[in-house]
Ligand binder design. Structure first.
Ligand SMILES: [Zn+2]
Length: 158
């Protein structure tokens, strides 16, 4: 099978969102973030793993039959996997594309693991984390100043 044949196996999207250039292996992690968002419950999704990429060798890819990704989801994805491309597709054409950058902070997105942190004891205090180690994905709570691994922090479900 040639590369052209393989590309044809990927279902085309008429209107929706394509999350592209996902490093291989991260597709499922990103799908997990999307799936946790209550607004995404009924959205039709296709997940592609290990697609051929001329730029990256291999890549994962997610297509969503959806108008817009929520800013929360984009922010969460950007923490896990900065550098991926989000494309808005209208009538089979790329209407808009942007590369998501690593954020400096994440406000009210993740819950602090310290039970005595003010964000857990006071109901109206928003959580706020800053990225202190981009490579190792370490985030610091701005209130109790403890540092956590991103993978251990649970998202706040709105
Ligand atoms: Zn805290």
């Amino acid at each position: 099978m040639s590369d052209t044949d393989r590309v044809l196996l990927i279902p085309k999207i008429d209107n929706g969102i394509v999350i592209d250039h996902i490093p291989p292996g991260f597709g499922i992690a990103i799908l997990e973030i999307i799936r946790r968002d209550p607004a995404m419950r009924d959205v039709v999704v296709t997940l592609g793993l290990n697609y051929h990429s001329s730029k990256m060798g291999k890549k994962d890819l997610i297509k969503l039959w959806l108008d817009e990704l929520s800013p929360r989801v984009v922010q969460h994805i950007s923490l896990v996997c900065p550098g991926i491309t989000i494309k808005k597709i209208t009538n089979y054409e790329v209407e808009r594309r942007y590369v998501i950058r690593p954020p400096q902070s994440a406000r009210n997105l993740l819950r602090c693991l310290n039970p005595s942190c003010v964000t857990n004891t006071e109901p109206n205090v928003d959580t706020n984390f800053t990225m202190v180690d981009e490579e190792k994905k370490k985030l610091k709570c701005m209130y109790c100043e403890r540092v956590f691994s991103l993978k251990d922090l649970k998202p706040i479900i709105p």
